[in-house]
Design a binder for this molecule. Structure first.
Ligand SMILES: [Zn+2]
Length: 204
């Protein structure tokens, strides 16, 4: 399988090659505020749909723009607030990978895809990837690998399976993202209305 690329600054291994020269990922990404808002909304909507499928309760989803970033929690442009859950490890990994995979899917669909932009999507998902590595380490005897094998714990395999789930649920992901672009925040009830996936009862 084609190799992934350790980044020169030591802050990640990416499937897309790092640009030759860059100062910050936002400049490389080069999206307008509205394009970025839709991208963030699609990222969070995909997390929410795959979390729901994994029986993780989605309590709310929030997104914001560059301009109103100061009003959002934790300095992040988007967040899915979740409740206590009892799920299986693979489904959780797919839900955590869904944000970046849906963003790349949107870039392709919108005609905005480039290698450099796809690379920034990966870099902006570093906390999601860190979380995947953490849950794999915590709940199995394996570690997360990057494009090294076809095994379940390799991010390439996780991405492939995540992509298949996203493709099956692209319509509600798009619909949630559309609502997020307009309202910036969605409650659990609204998320359920759109996805038609009920929130599970909290684990005993
Ligand atoms: Zn994410």
């Amino acid at each position: 399988m084609p190799g992934w690329h350790p980044n020169i600054d030591g802050r990640g291994i990416t499937r897309h090659i790092e640009p030759d020269r860059w100062t910050d990922t936002w400049t490389v990404e080069g999206l307008t505020e509205q394009q970025k808002l839709r991208s963030t909304a699609t990222h969070e909507a995909a997390h929410a749909v795959l979390m729901s499928l994994a029986r993780v309760p989605v309590l709310s989803i929030t997104v914001c723009t560059y301009s109103d970033l100061k009003y959002c929690d934790a300095g992040s442009m988007g967040a899915v607030d979740i409740g206590p859950y009892d799920t299986d490890l693979l489904q959780l990994c797919h839900a955590l990978a869904a944000g970046e995979r849906a963003e790349e899917c949107l870039l392709r669909e919108s005609g905005l895809w480039s290698v450099d932009r796809a690379w920034t999507v990966e870099r902006h998902a570093s906390s999601d990837r860190h979380e995947i590595a953490t849950v794999i380490r915590k709940h199995s005897s394996q570690i997360l690998t990057y494009g090294q094998s076809e095994d379940w714990n390799d991010l390439a395999t996780i991405h492939r399976n995540t992509d298949a789930t996203i493709a099956r649920h692209w319509a509600p992901i798009r619909e949630l993202a559309d609502e997020l672009v307009v309202h910036r925040q969605l409650t659990a009830e609204r998320v359920q209305d759109i996805t038609k996936i009920p929130n599970p009862a909290p684990p005993a």
